[in-house]
Design a binder for this molecule. Structure first.
Ligand code: SF4
Length: 316
């Protein structure tokens, strides 16, 4: 099924009033027909936090931000596996090891590979990683250790990127996704909405993700952290965020569409509407530098919306 084009997508983002609910109903139908009624859960661990040399304006982990976060080097494999065990218990299908920074060094990569190997052998979750700008050789080694999926966000539209990050080019973000695909990994790539981009730039990002052909699209909403360059950026209004989810579903009808960071902060009481807007996946547990809510509450939300959590999470 072909998704809608950019022009229609921008027009839909302009809708106001009762027409917004009609947009959500349309996206919900596509979600039901193309993706079914089971909601995929994923979870992450912040395996190395802070002290990043990049200057992403939204990020509390940038070395240039004046933020109060825990900063630590790569966690030992045991701690990473323990976090994966918790994710598996919650029914997460996918567990991602995330590190701050442009890319890890050789010893850190070997440490991540050890954790991946144990997760792949011991737990019923798909090991994933988000380690920055890795190349084919790095990803092949991780794949051989048991990695199944690689994640790297484009963050925002190419035309907006220079206002968000000056230490790398937008196109740098394409390379790890292309490399992951070359070595046979599933690809997960999305961005953050609410970075001061226009509606047309939101659509530009979604079109880039469509053209890149990624398997899974995580959508995050900015949760502005004091001490970051975007600390004064107001949160997206909830209906604006939901319209973006719906337009993403209509542009990418067959892709997994997950709502991740910033969900509670931006959507507040409308969190459960993400499914009516077309999402078929959700990140549970905590995010990188902000806490999530109890997983049991998210599982209840999924059931209350008339959908099903994955089999392993049922009955909790
Ligand atoms: S988003 Fe990643 S690369 Fe950018 S500052 Fe944060 S940790 Fe560094």
């Amino acid at each position: 099924m072909r998704g809608i084009g950019k022009r229609e997508a921008v027009e839909l983002l302009e809708l106001e009033g009762p027409a917004v609910l009609e947009l959500l109903a349309r996206a919900n139908r596509v979600r039901h027909e193309r993706r079914g009624d089971v909601v995929a859960l994923c979870s992450i661990v912040n395996a190395r936090s802070g002290n990043c040399g990049e200057d992403c304006a939204f990020c509390a982990q940038s070395g240039r931000a004046r933020t109060r976060i825990d900063r630590y080097p790569l966690l030992p494999a045991e701690r990473i596996v323990a976090a994966a065990r918790v994710a598996a218990r919650h029914g997460a299908a996918c567990f991602s090891i995330v590190t701050s920074g442009r890319r890890p060094g050789r010893r850190e990569l070997a440490g991540v590979a050890r954790a991946v190997e144990r997760i792949a052998h011991e737990l019923p979750v798909r090991p994933s990683a988000s380690l920055g700008l890795l190349d084919v050789a790095d990803l092949r080694a991780l794949r051989d250790a048991g990695l199944r999926c690689y994640h790297h966000n484009l963050e925002t539209a190419e035309s907006h990127f220079a206002r968000i990050c000056s230490t790398r080019r937008w196109s740098d973000g394409l390379r790890p996704i292309e490399a992951a695909r070359r070595v046979g990994l599933s690809t997960c790539c999305g961005g953050i909405l609410g970075l001061g981009e226009s509606r047309a730039q939101r659509v530009e990002l979604l079109a880039a993700l469509r053209d890149l052909g990624v398997d899974s699209v995580p959508l995050n909403f900015l949760h502005a952290i004091p001490g970051t360059r975007l600390e004064r950026e107001p949160p997206l209004p909830p209906l604006e965020a939901l319209k973006a989810v719906a337009v993403a579903r209509l542009m990418l009808p067959d892709r997994e569409l997950r709502v991740c960071g910033g969900r509670g902060h931006v959507l507040r009481d409308l969190q459960s509407w993400i499914f009516a807007a077309g999402a078929d996946g959700v990140m549970v547990g905590g995010y990188l530098t902000t806490a999530g809510r109890p997983v049991a509450v998210d599982l209840r939300m999924i059931r209350d919306a008339g959908l099903r959590p994955p089999a392993r999470a049922r009955g909790r």
